[in-house]
Design a binder for this molecule. Structure first.
Ligand SMILES: C[S@@+](CC[C@H](N)C(=O)[O-])C[C@H]1O[C@@H](n2cnc3c(N)ncnc32)[C@H](O)[C@@H]1O
Length: 275
């Protein structure tokens, strides 16, 4: 039975119209992104009913603050179920332990992560910047020769180490710290990558200089950004210009819509190659 059907009799018909039709499931936690103000007094009823519909959901939360700050974390309020925010999420055959409040994680990006890992060839050295609890790192490591990842959030890094272990990954090294501080050290050791993943859509272009410094001819870069459809060409031009500024030439390979950030604003991945 659907959530709205189960709520008939518990909510008025006008209240039922406000019941959100979508929520994200991370492990066994359901997360409402925008819980309507109109249902504030009924949120526990809605949350308990959701658990009745989906027996595998053990915690229901609402986002009381959206992703923000350097670590891109959200504030979650528990509406029903167990009093915890940590969970085990399965994605593309891998397992990820994480705290949904202390670490950024979007289950909706699972298809995009599969797309990227399917592009990776067995001889590649891959750099994952902004690696969070390690979803790109683990999935890339299953395909690549070696993966190096960088994450600033100490809690994210802790979970990434756990997830590398949990998925029996032996060819990944997760580094804790700021990309601006860590990448110059890799460059000093003359470590260059075949592929670089930059999953920080809010700000990835500010780290392009660092990415380019550890790239070489043939390196493929996946840079995430937020843009509406009218801004796509400008984003491509900015990337091309920045490459030139740092003495690299690039060719844009593809622009992939990898989710929605807001109405009409896409989460885009610009794939480009250094030539
Ligand atoms: C949008 S999240 C992506 C996390 C992960 N890649 C995923 O797909 O779930 C961006 C991550 O970048 C990290 N971050 C932000 N600025 C950073 C920086 N300057 N250096 C290293 N990590 C950073 C944040 O802590 C956050 O975990």
């Amino acid at each position: 039975m659907k959530l709205k059907e189960i709520l008939r009799g518990k909510l008025t018909s006008s209240e039922i119209k406000h019941v959100p039709s979508s929520f994200e499931i991370v492990g066994d936690i359901a997360i409402f992104a925008d819980f309507p103000r109109e249902l504030r007094r009924k949120e526990k009823i809605v949350a308990k009913s959701l658990m009745n519909v989906h027996k595998n959901i053990k915690v229901v939360c609402k986002k009381s603050r959206k992703y923000s700050g350097k670590y891109r974390t959200a504030k979650l309020s528990i509406l029903a179920g167990e009093k915890r925010k940590d969970t085990m999420h399965s994605e593309n055959g891998c397992k990820f332990l994480l705290d949904a409040e202390k670490v950024y994680f979007s289950a909706r990006s699972g298809t995009e992560r599969a797309r990227i890992s399917n592009l990776i060839k067995p001889n590649e050295n891959v750099l994952v910047m902004f690696s969070g609890c390690g979803p790109f790192t683990v999935q890339a490591a299953k395909k690549a020769k070696k993966v190096v990842s960088v994450e600033a959030n100490p809690v994210g890094h802790k979970y990434e180490m756990i997830n590398i272990e949990l998925n029996k990954i032996k060819n990944a090294s997760a580094l804790k710290g700021d990309v601006k501080r860590i990448i110059p050290r890799l460059k000093a050791k003359k470590i260059f990558f075949d592929r670089i993943i930059m999953p920080l859509p809010k700000d990835a272009t500010s780290f392009l200089k660092e990415a380019l410094s550890v790239s070489k001819k043939g390196t493929k870069i996946h840079l995430y950004t937020f843009a509406n459809k009218d801004e796509i060409e400008a984003r491509k031009a900015i990337i091309t210009e920045m490459c030139k500024k740092y003495k690299k030439n690039c060719r844009i390979l593809d622009v992939i819509k990898a989710g929605e950030y807001a109405p009409y604003v896409h989460r885009l991945c610009v794939d480009f190659i250094i030539i």
